[in-house]
Design a protein around this ligand. Structure first.
Ligand code: NAP
Length: 549
């Protein structure tokens, strides 16, 4: 620890920590100097006995929030070129728990300089990594996968604490996230090239697939683990190195995965994680010519900006952007199945997924019956702290998210929609919101055009199949679409008629590592997962042999 800092003892439960005063905040360490567990403003210190109130939500050890079996997974430094670093200027960013906005810990506020060093280190490290066989890389990736699964519970607790989703969903996300590493470890052994019959008698043509080089990933907060492994898995398997910038709200999942990658034997520089100002880091990533590919998951607005920034150095880009998923229920649907699918698609992660059903379109003949069943199911949802048993819906990520849901509800109600369930902030306060169902929603309302990204389902009515398909496609987005029907002719017609990269037919869950995930229109470019997911990290080189006698 730096000399010259003022020390105080902080006590809570059975634990005592040392608080080091630095830039107006106490950085609190427990057990060993490297394990910083909290950051408190100077005014929080009331003496060693009376500071207890300030700690429970901020201490990962001993508090019910973050009881990690392996406390070293809670990293508050960035992982760059195989070293755990602070920002050059010592700046940090507080990371809060959306349940009560309490500070969980801090991460370094890196900028362009540290990011440049990460990129240059990646370039150096990649030279040797690309020479390894697919099988050699696969062995390390497999180990990384196994370590994630061995530490599934700790990773899930970290995720729920920083992101808010129920623990069961976090556990599921860790399995899903690890599956991409396992899948691409295997696929990396099968990066086959091609031979093409020559165009002249003395010519032979061979096609090689080579790693594209240094890649950068910028990821969102709604899936803090999976959105990283969906990118790092194929990149590393293909022989590339990657610099990851996770969302500022959820960096601890990324840093814990970097810790496990290090333990698995991923060489220094092959995977770096940088946290800090998005424009500074993003500016360096997009302008640095060493970076040959940017893969981004996030909003369409930021995606557009990054595509423009990448144009200067003509980088390859993959963009997993926003959605506005239609969910159609046809007259011949099995209604109980459709309700189950709608609940999973709409309310998972408090409605904060890019493939969330954003518009539920119901055919005339079943509109009333479906509405009644869905309303019953929505009323059953239990809202609370994601770490509590039986909770189905946690808090939203921040107050701006709450305001967006409120704005969509107010706009719809002003234009004639009715609230069937919920409609307001939850009694728990903060960013908790009631699971909400609106009926009689029409295309003129704001929710028709924009992602709500919250726990509100709007129900629209349609009459003919053609009308349903037209309404579904009436958006600039095209990520996921869902529909429930039984007639096989209708199923083919609708599946082929929907303008989206993914179509769920009689299911509300479509994500898996074995299938290509991605959007059309303004929902993105490229695919993640499946054998197609590797292509984004490969360049094609063709060898033309001449003079063959
Ligand atoms: P966001 O605001 O676009 O942020 C995503 C990432 O971009 C974060 O790491 C953010 O950093 C960073 N960022 C923001 N401005 C930047 C800039 N000027 N330069 C470089 N980086 C910048 O999106 P979000 O709110 O986190 O995520 C929600 C959105 O993601 C939704 O639209 C959702 O549909 C979409 N999403 C899409 C998929 C998909 O697969 N298609 C999957 C999940 C989510 P900071 O955190 O530091 O601001």
């Amino acid at each position: 620890m730096a000399a010259g800092l003022r020390c105080r003892l902080f006590r809570w439960g059975n634990f005592v920590g040392v608080g080091m005063l630095d830039a107006g905040r106490y950085r609190i360490y427990i057990g060993q100097p490297s394990l910083r567990v909290a950051s408190l403003p100077r005014r929080a210190y009331n003496g060693p006995q009376r500071t207890r109130y300030a700690m429970p939500r901020q201490c990962p050890i001993g508090s019910r929030d973050m009881q990690l079996s392996d406390s070293k997974l809670f990293r508050q430094q960035c992982y760059v070129n195989g070293e755990w670093i602070d920002a050059d200027g010592g700046g940090t960013i507080d990371v809060t728990n959306p349940v009560d906005n309490a500070v969980i810990g801090t991460v370094p506020k890196l900028g362009a300089d540290e990011t440049r060093r990460a990129i240059e280190g990646a370039q150096e490290a990649q030279k040797e990594w690309r020479q390894r066989t697919g099988k050699e890389r696969a062995a390390i990736l497999r180990k990384w996968h196994d370590l994630m699964m061995e530490n599934q519970e700790d990773l899930a607790v970290l995720m729920t604490t920083e992101q808010g989703k129920p623990l069961a969903e976090s556990r599921g996300e860790i399995v899903y996230a690890a599956s991409f590493i396992e899948w691409f470890a295997e696929e990396g052994k099968r990066i086959y090239g091609d031979t093409i019959p020559g165009h002249q008698r003395d010519k032979r043509i061979i096609v090689l697939k080579e790693p594209i080089g240094v890649c950068a990933a910028i990821t969102p907060w709604n899936f803090p683990a999976a959105m990283i492994t969906r990118k790092a898995g194929p990149a590393l398997a293909a022989g590339c190195a990657m610099v990851v910038k996770p969302a500022t709200s959820t960096p601890f999942s990324a840093l814990a995965m970097a810790e496990l990658a290090e333990r698995a034997g991923v060489p220094p520089g092959i995977l770096s994680v940088v946290t800090g100002g998005s424009s500074d880091i993003g500016g360096e990533i997009t302008s640095n010519p060493i970076v040959r590919k940017l893969t981004f998951t996030g909003s369409t607005e930021v995606g557009r900006k990054l595509i423009a920034q990448c144009a200067g150095t003509v980088k390859k880009v993959s963009m997993e952007l926003g959605g506005n998923a239609p969910f159609l229920v046809f007259d011949d649907a099995v209604l109980d199945d459709a309700v189950e699918g709608a609940m999973l698609s709409k309310y998972r992660n408090a409605g904060q997924t890019c493939v969330c059903a954003n518009r539920i379109l119901v055919q005339d003949g079943v509109y009333e019956a479906f509405t009644e069943k869905l309303a019953e199911a929505v009323k059953e949802l239990k809202v609370g702290d994601g770490l509590d048993e039986g909770v189905n819906q946690g808090p939203l990520i921040d107050m701006a998210a709450v305001e967006k849901v409120e704005q969509h509800i107010a706009d719809a109600v002003a234009k004639g929609a009715k609230i069937a369930v919920g409609g307001e902030r939850h009694a728990m306060g903060g960013t908790f919101f009631q699971p909400t169902l609106l009926v009689d929603v029409t295309p003129t309302m704001d929710v028709t055009r924009e992602e709500t990204f919250g726990p509100m389902a709007p129900l629209y009515r349609f009459t003919t199949d053609e009308e349903g398909i037209t309404l579904a496609n009436d958006t600039e987005f095209g990520l996921a679409a869902y529909f429930y029907a039984r007639d096989v002719n209708r199923i083919w017609k609708v599946a082929e008629g929907l303008e989206s990269g993914i179509v769920g037919i009689n299911t509300g869950i479509i994500s898996t590592e074995v299938a290509p995930f991605g959007g059309v229109k303004e929902s993105g470019i490229g695919r993640e997962g499946s054998r197609y997911g590797l292509d984004d990290y490969l360049e094609i080189k063709y060898l033309c042999f001449g003079g063959v006698q």
